[in-house]
Design a protein around this ligand. Structure first.
Ligand code: FES
Ligand SMILES: [Fe+2]
Length: 325
């Protein structure tokens, strides 16, 4: 996955009073809240004998291991060893909290060697909390890059989703795609139905490494975050916001229905049978023949490829690696 970036790894509401096991970015992590309510994330392994800390509990603002009750503070230090209450705690007995932030109802983890960047990848018009939005999460048996790529593509609707297609349209008109050096991508266009009547207008925007804003007919906005669990599975966070001129309660109900239908039916029943059969498993700029309507997806796949290659070159050139090779 692309390094030196913030990745949303879970929702704020999932991390309450108990430690939570999270498999993200290929790592086994535990998330918990300290006595001040701050989220702490680190490897889900006790340094004593390797027990799973997420099976323990939070007590007095400390994370207690389920095996021998050693307790860890939010800075990672072990501060209580019940079997030796009067002895100093060995220095090596500590976990290593990772850089995390909590914002927009999500917990974000910095993945990389460098200093965390100040800004989270976020679209400022999607304020949270919102009285008109609802969200959902799901796990998909896909590489995350394929899911991000697929979210640029609304013109598969009349084919994959023909049973529920509200008339999105087949052909593309007025398509535009802009991007910047940092990897942000903006696309917009309009679909036209087979009989020539207008379909839906849309915008799909992307912020690196994995955040997308999908707007349809100026009435529905979806925020989709696709975070790798491992090379074959993706954790997806989707938040829908209804902007139709209806009361807040109705807008929220529509958003909630959209979330339910999307997670329970559209993604799982209709998209997955196609997406899980794509080859290769990961998005690859050399493995597709793009058409103009794919400009956003192509930009994303090329950007990801460049970033991964640059990270590999940096890693190969690092003095530590040279010394070890
Ligand atoms: S393994 Fe965690 S306290 Fe012993
Ligand atoms: Fe779809």
């Amino acid at each position: 996955m692309v390094p030196d970036a913030w990745y949303a790894i879970t929702t704020s509401r999932r991390v309450r009073t108990r430690p939570v096991a999270l498999h993200r970015l290929g790592r086994r992590l535990v998330a918990w809240r300290d006595g001040d309510g701050r989220v702490v994330v680190h490897e889900d392994r006790c340094p004593h004998k390797g027990a799973r800390l997420s099976d323990g509990c939070v007590d007095g603002g400390l994370l207690a291991c389920p095996y021998h009750g050693f307790r860890f503070a939010s800075d990672g230090r072990c501060v209580v060893v019940p079997v030796h209450p009067d002895r100093p705690v060995p220095r090596a007995l500590q976990v290593h909290p990772l850089p995390v932030r909590e914002a927009h109802g999500l917990v974000w983890l910095w993945h990389g060697e460098g200093e965390p960047s100040a800004e989270l990848p976020w679209f400022p018009d999607l304020a949270w909390p919102s009285r008109r939005a609802a969200d959902t999460t799901l796990e998909l048996p896909l590489h995350y890059s394929r899911f991000v790529e697929s979210n640029f593509d609304l013109y598969h609707f009349p084919f994959v989703h023909r049973s529920i297609d509200p008339g999105m349209g087949v052909a593309m008109e007025d398509f535009a795609c802009a991007h910047d050096e940092d990897g942000a991508i903006r696309t917009s266009g309009r679909l036209v139905r087979r009989d020539g009547r207008p379909g839906a207008s849309f915008r799909v925007d992307f912020l690196p490494p994995n955040v997308q804003r999908i707007e349809v007919a100026r009435q529905f906005v979806g925020l989709v975050i696709s975070t790798p669990i491992d090379d074959r599975t993706t954790w997806v966070f989707a938040r829908f916001e209804t902007r139709m001129a209806v009361p807040d309660w109705l807008a929220r109900m529509i958003s909630w229905l959209l979330a339910k239908v999307d997670a329970g039916f559209v993604q799982v029943r209709q998209d997955l049978p196609v997406l899980t059969q794509l080859t290769p498993l990961m998005a690859d700029p050399t493995a597709c023949v793009w058409v103009p309507a794919d400009a956003g997806a192509a930009r994303y796949v090329q950007w990801r490829h460049r970033r991964l290659r640059r990270a590999e070159e940096t890693r190969a050139a690092s003095p530590l690696r040279q010394a070890g090779s």
